[in-house]
Design a protein around this ligand. Structure first.
Ligand SMILES: [Zn+2]
Length: 350
């Protein structure tokens, strides 16, 4: 490890301009930093795989090129199902945006390395050769604040492209169709295998989710009206009833509004009770199948183009409280994207 007081005086073989043990310690330090992160997403898994493979390769060989990995090798390191198909692996690696993940946390990484007494930190590099050659990623040491000099580290015939361009302002949402999202046992009754036709027995059950609150609301109003007709002093029980009725009425109105928005807007965030606790948030969507309207439990997902964290659909605030936005779970107020369920795309709001 390159501590500030132990700069290259070592006779060890040099890689990335650093003695081998130093690079190994830096890689282990990056692994320690990853352990401090609470994210559990594809970018994190990929980085863990890349660090592990880099440490392994570094221990086995002094050849720098053996520490470079293409998409398929990275998928293999993570034991992803895409490891047998290079095209699928490339798509998966591109989708998790692990370069954005590390780049957006650069300050945190540098501070962590500094806190451990290192003058160097680790960042991601990428070779993008032309023609049929595969792009490769690698981890390299650098001095925070110094300009990158990639050609000093790599053969000149392999162009090195900046790992991360300016964060994209566009976002694309992935879609898990009804039937693939695991519903709670309670919701099994309503959703069956993930969806139901509106004109069916389950549809009738669904209709009850706003008919019953509607009837209860009317009963509450009628009871309140009857109280107006009574000519007697106000009792504590009346006040307690008023508070109770207000609470129940509010809950019923919210229930009716939720169902109404689902029918009007075609999509709402699924109530927590419908999705298994271990599952990511999902949505209830209304769509057409064979001329019939169907309501199903689906999931729109995306990775934040800025920091690679997961993006969840949440309602906006104020006059946009009925509009769904893609919110980054790590910076929900800053990494905010529009959501269009038809095009499954969005643009950055802020
Ligand atoms: Zn983000």
């Amino acid at each position: 490890m390159l501590r500030s007081d132990s700069l290259p005086t070592s006779p060890e073989p040099v890689a990335n301009g650093l003695p081998e043990p130093v690079l190994r310690e830096l890689l282990q330090c990056l692994r320690d930093w990853l352990d401090t992160q609470r994210d559990d997403n594809g970018a994190m898994a990929l980085l863990r795989g890349l660090v592990a493979e880099s440490i392994k390769a570094e221990a086995n060989s002094k050849d720098i090129q053996l520490r470079e990995f293409d998409a398929q090798e990275l998928a293999e390191a993570c034991d992803w199902p895409e490891q047998d198909d290079f095209t699928a692996a490339s798509k998966k690696v591109k989708g998790v945006q692990f370069d954005a993940y590390l780049e957006s946390r650069e300050r945190s990484v540098e501070a962590f390395f500094e806190g451990k007494g290192f003058a160097h930190a680790i960042r991601l590099g990428k070779h993008s050769p032309r023609g049929r050659h595969r792009a490769k990623w690698f981890l390299e040491a650098y001095v925070p604040g110094e300009q990158k000099d990639p050609t000093a580290l790599q053969p000149v015939d392999q162009p090195v492209e900046p790992v991360l361009e300016a964060p994209s302002q566009q976002i694309e949402y992935g879609y898990s169709e009804a039937g693939t999202v695991k519903s709670s046992y309670l919701a099994h009754l309503l959703l069956g295998k993930g969806s139901f036709k509106v004109k069916s027995a389950r549809g009738l059950l669904f209709a009850c989710t706003f008919l019953v609150p509607g009837i209860l609301l009317l009963l509450l109003v009628a009871t309140g009206g009857l109280h107006l007709l009574m000519d007697r002093p106000l009792r504590t029980a009346d006040l307690a009833f008023a508070i109770f009725a207000f609470g129940i009425g509010w809950f019923m109105l919210d229930q009716i509004r939720t169902t109404w928005w689902l029918l009007e807007d075609r999509i709402i965030p699924a109530p927590d009770g419908l999705v298994r606790l271990t599952e990511e948030p999902a949505q209830l969507e209304s769509f057409k199948v064979d001329q019939g309207r169907v309501i199903g439990l689906v999931r729109y997902t995306a990775n934040c183009p800025v920091c690679a964290a997961a993006v969840e659909l949440r309602y906006g605030q104020g006059h946009e409280r009925r509009r769904l936005f893609g919110c980054c779970v790590e910076a929900a107020q800053e990494h905010l994207f529009t959501f269009d369920r038809v095009t499954r795309r969005g643009t950055r709001v802020r």
